[in-house]
Design a protein around this ligand. Sequence first.
Ligand SMILES: NC(=O)c1ccc[n+]([C@@H]2O[C@H](COP(=O)([O-])OP(=O)(O)OC[C@H]3O[C@@H](n4cnc5c(N)ncnc54)[C@H](OP(=O)(O)O)[C@@H]3O)[C@@H](O)[C@H]2O)c1
Length: 255
Amino acid sequence: MTQLFDLSGRTALITGSARGIGFAFAEGLAAAGAGVILNGTRADTVAQAVERLSAKGLKAQGRAFDVTDEAAVAEAFAQWDKDGVQIDIVINNAGIQFRKPLVDLELSDWQRVIDTNLTSAFIVAKQAARRMIARGTGGKIINIGSLTSEAGRATVGAYTAAKGGIKMLTRAMSAEWAAANIQANAIGPGYILTDMNKPLIENAAFDAWVKNSNPSQRWGKPEELVGTAVYLASPASSYVNGQIIYVDGGWLAVL
Ligand SMILES: NC(=O)c1ccc[n+]([C@@H]2O[C@H](COP(=O)([O-])OP(=O)(O)OC[C@H]3O[C@@H](n4cnc5c(N)ncnc54)[C@H](OP(=O)(O)O)[C@@H]3O)[C@@H](O)[C@H]2O)c1
């Protein structure tokens, strides 16, 4: 049974993993046996995150780059090729939030949110999948969606469009890559306690709304997403493709 979820000998790239949900994914996959590559926009915070995992005896390295910069992503993969690093698992986790009503939203802010939350998954997965297909080894692509992959919410229009796009991009990846034994799936987290939600957590009315609208009556914790990520990264999900699994305490079930 443990072999079903064993990631020994696998290397996982987790984008946006210097903190928050991405860091929890990195720690969880490393604890399941994977070597992990951490990423974020800043070399110093990525290095600190690597240090935190290494101190626990986990196998981690880091590389800072902007996931919206196609040239920087291509350069990272080219360097891993030179170093003999083979990426078996990608978690497209990097993301940003920006709250403004659609009627006031500048095109540049719309573009930034779409680029970071949606286009980046295409940019990074393209590099990884090309190599998985050429090697014939298969692999795992895990995209991070949201409750807004399913439900519209006011003031987060670009984010909602991006996360809805993640759900369909995941299906498109499956349609093209399943025959190469690549499983592309997504996780849709509910309201999770991270920096991204700091203003919402500190807003008493919003905090009460999260607790009242969720049958679990609480926010989720980053580590509560880890089991699903390990499952989707492991042999246990070898015939699961194009799905989005919501880990939301039941929020969507009562919508
Ligand atoms: N928190 C929630 O309730 C929730 C719910 C649903 C979905 N999600 C999704 O889960 C993912 C992680 O969210 P989180 O709450 O953990 O966010 P977070 O705490 O704000 O962390 C975001 C991470 O993404 C990185 N990042 C942002 N832009 C990047 C870029 N252009 N290139 C590389 N890295 C970039 C950040 O890097 P730096 O450290 O360098 O800034 C950081 O490591 C996101 O896709 C988010 O949309 C979150």
